[in-house]
Design a binder for this molecule. Structure first.
Ligand code: ATP
Length: 462
């Protein structure tokens, strides 16, 4: 049984240390969130899973880490300066500021204010989502020469490094470049916890290929990502595909499919339960061309007079030079974390009739793999043995020692944060050199000799 709504995850996150409202002691900051001691581990494990799957398990993808602040021209030629905007409307009745493309319409196609339900909205105007800043100590705030942006996506950093990697890695098509990093968008209506924020983290991969191979590879990535999301524990019944309609497609995109997650299971209208978890686009050869010095328009003028290099690819098989097509699967770390937590959330009733929360995270993602708990914290031998066990396990798996409560409380706390195993050291352990291993999901306990504990846990965690 997944979480009934996002609110359940908000309160679990705050209670246990996954996610806190940012700047809370100063009243918060709109939609910013800080990741606490468990949230940072969960996010890191999601990123590791993505990176392992793409960069390490395959043989055709390299990693990259590009700058957040680039030359402004990157965003001019990518099209972001002109077109990376949302249609902003104001409600004349309640003063709400809204994104027109996210509003419901009535039978006459009139937009309805999502705040007050009236239809008295201003005409839409384009609002560019890029955060502006100035570069250089002496620059004035309005100096156009110093203007720069915080990147609104990681993808452009990959395109402008295409040739660097190609030249140094001797890659042949098809191959991909993968990057994880922060992105910033001055969203008109942030909200729904970490679903839409102004600062977030993306995992983007650009898979470069020949034009003719692009449609089939696109489909392979759509299928592949559903499999990977399943590996993270996201339930197939909470995922669906959305094929973007021709009028919704970005001008450069041939086909885009969004993978949607059921972020809002509490909504009565099934259609409204879904929202985007990730997008997978066939961007054709738009990006590499846009940043290249050679392409010309119909009048023979260079479309990019500022570029100093050409991002084309020479195919030794056919002796042809061309701009590869690119398939882009782009997913947010934060939305993935939210979906993972929602589907891992379970409630279970114990034999006293009390409801307990269990976060059934996949062991690969669990912030803590094993908690070592002493049954009696006033007995030095038991405490020593427990602390030593923690150190013994730590090089192989994230282990913690905890003696801050009675055993029942400690078990409940570890269940709630998704720790797959608790290891309890008791009086008998001192005699038989064995410990009790408790399983998070079944609450079953098994006696395991300390000699074989490492192997036992490793086997059950994998
Ligand atoms: P939306 O339509 O929800 O605004 P988008 O289609 O603009 O999203 P993309 O540009 O395709 O988003 O970005 C890729 C992924 O990055 C999204 O699928 C999402 O997981 C994540 N993402 C985008 N914007 C945000 C945001 N403001 N907060 C959190 N995650 C985001």
């Amino acid at each position: 049984m997944p979480a009934p709504n996002i609110e359940t995850i908000v309160s679990l996150s705050k209670r246990r240390g996954f996610v806190f409202p940012a700047s809370d002691i100063y009243g918060g900051l709109g939609s910013s969130w800080d990741y606490g001691q468990l949230g940072v581990e969960l996010a890191n494990n999601i990123k590791k899973s993505w990176w392992n799957w793409l960069v390490y398990e395959r043989d055709d993808i390299e990693g990259l880490d590009s700058s957040i602040i680039q030359n402004r021209l990157v965003w001019q030629y990518s099209g972001h300066e002109d077109t990376f905007s949302d249609p902003l409307v104001d409600c004349r009745d309640c003063n709400a500021r809204l994104r027109q493309d996210k509003l419901d319409t009535d039978a006459d196609h009139k937009h309805i204010c999502s705040n007050c339900g009236k239809k008295n909205l201003t005409e839409p105007r384009d609002f560019n989502l890029m955060f502006r800043t100035t570069v250089g100590a002496a620059s004035a705030d309005d100096d156009p020469m110093a203007l720069a942006y915080l990147r609104p996506e990681t993808a452009q950093g990959i395109f402008i490094n295409f040739k660097n990697v190609l030249d140094t890695s001797r890659r042949k098509l098809p191959f991909g470049l993968a990057q994880i990093g922060k992105a910033f968008r001055n969203e008109v209506t942030p909200g729904n916890f970490i679903f839409r924020t102004r600062e977030f983290e993306q995992m983007e991969m650009e898979y470069f290929c020949r034009a003719g191979d692009a449609p089939a590879l696109h489909q392979e990535w759509i299928d592949g990502f559903q499999t990977w999301l399943g590996r993270l524990g996201i339930l197939p019944e909470n995922l669906c595909l959305y094929e973007q309609q021709p009028h919704e497609l970005a001008h450069y995109a041939e086909r885009t499919v969004d993978i949607m997650y059921r972020f809002f299971p509490e909504r009565e209208d099934e259609e409204k339960q879904w929202d985007e978890l990730m997008g997978i686009a066939n961007r054709k050869d738009f990006d590499l061309k846009a940043h290249s010095k050679k392409p010309e328009d119909a009048d023979g003028k260079r479309i990019n007079p500022d570029a100093t290099d050409d991002l084309s690819y020479f195919d030794p098989q056919t002796n042809e030079r061309f701009y590869p097509y690119v398939i882009e699967p782009a997913i947010g770390v934060n939305r993935t974390l939210l979906a993972v937590m929602m589907d891992a959330y379970t409630e279970k009733t114990n034999d006293k009739g009390e409801t307990r929360v269990i976060l059934k995270l996949k062991p690969e993602l669990a912030p803590i793999k094993v908690a070592v708990l002493p049954l009696a914290k006033n007995k030095p031998e038991i405490v020593d043995m427990s602390r030593n066990l923690k150190r013994h396990l730590q090089p192989l798996m994230r282990a913690v020692y905890d003696d801050t409560g009675g055993i029942g409380k400690l078990y409940a706390r570890q269940d709630e944060i998704g720790t797959p195993f608790c290891v309890t050291v008791d009086h008998e352990s001192l005699e038989d050199n064995a410990v009790t291993v408790r399983d998070r999901d079944t609450w079953e306990q098994e006696r395991v000799g300390i000699e074989s504990l490492k192997e036992y846990l490793q086997k059950r965690l994998s």
